[in-house]
Design a protein around this ligand. Sequence first.
Ligand SMILES: [Ca+2]
Length: 284
Amino acid sequence: MASPQIELESYEQLNRAEDQHTYEDMKTTDHEDKSTDQKDNKIVHEVNISWTQWTKIFMLTLIVSIVSACTVLTVSYVSLFAKLEVIMENNIALLKTKQNISAAQIHASNTERAELREKIEHVEKNYTFLMTKQNTLDDFITTIGNQKINELTSKGRHELRVDLTDFEGNAGYAKYSTFSVGNVSTQYKLNIGGYSGIVGDSLKENNGMRFTTKDRDNDHWPLNCANQYNGAWWYRGCTIVNLNGQYIQGGQIDWKGITWYNWTSSQYSMKSSVMMFRKVYPPG
Ligand SMILES: [Ca+2]
């Protein structure tokens, strides 16, 4: 059995051990508390940075959105007015052409009425009639004039279509993907290119030529081609196409008539010819 002195020493040792343990626990707890505080401080710090970044991102997005919206509105505004201008321009040409057809239709025969209906269908495809000629008893011609053609074809890109008929019931056409006529200072110089069709590329001989009339000789022939061919055209020296030529009945061979050499391999005078053009999209 232990003596009371030994028991007392053991008891004191036990207390010191417990105190020491408690002290270590306290140190540990204190250390953990400090770590937690540090973490909290760190988290708070990170949250503050994050909100700053979000604010910057929000402001940047807002600025980009406003700039984008302004750009879209500006482009839409300009496009809308450009489109309105085209629509107005086409409608003016359309109205003028329809008026011409209506006026001509009063004296037209049944055959001519059918041909007029075809022309109206072309009008509905936004074609503007440059010139129409009918080689019949009730001949008529409509033309909008070189000044008007220049005004229309100088805005954007245009294509030309020529429809021909003979006295045997045949029909043919030529298309040019490029078409414009210069202003009066160029003497209404012809600019065509990109042929396709079934009547042959006769008009290429006239490309780049100025317009010749009986009172203004712009061709390369020693005499005036407009006098010799009885028409007004982009003559060179002179021409194998004469859509503004003389009315000649019954499909005769006559170089003063309405001719398109590459289709007939002759100076056969056509029953009718129609020249029309329309704007091509995209403008290019
Ligand atoms: Ca000449």
